[in-house]
Design a protein around this ligand. Structure first.
Ligand code: ZN
Length: 116
């Protein structure tokens, strides 16, 4: 099995990965990844902002941005309301359970889960 990282010439890296790793030492095999909460936070922030820049750039050119969840499962924006579906499913499940006193106001159990 090879490292397989994409190379500048368009091929795949033919070196062997480091032991226990998936990449060779030239392609991140020595990386430990983020080791602190701050490091992970920086990494995720860079991912988020980089994606945002990419999407804005594509949209400014009038092009779609690849990736993201398909509209069919996105909640809001005309897609299927997954939260509403989940709440309805929870309500249905609760109907099948033995009844207990429900002292908390007018909200259904599913609504309470959503609020807290
Ligand atoms: Zn490599």
């Amino acid at each position: 099995m090879f490292c397989g990282a994409r190379t500048r010439t368009g091929g795949r890296c033919q070196r062997y990965p480091l032991a226990g790793k998936r990449r060779c030492l030239l392609h991140g095999g020595k990386s430990t990844g983020p080791r602190t909460v701050e490091g992970l936070s920086r990494t995720l922030s860079a991912l988020w902002w980089g994606r945002k820049r990419y999407v804005e750039q594509r949209h400014s050119m009038g092009l779609p941005a690849a990736g993201g969840r398909p509209a069919s499962i996105r909640s809001g924006e005309g897609g299927v309301d997954m939260v509403g579906r989940a709440m309805a499913a929870i309500d249905r499940e609760l109907e099948t359970l033995p009844t207990a006193e429900w002292p908390v106001g007018e909200l259904t159990p599913a609504e309470l889960l959503r609020e807290t």
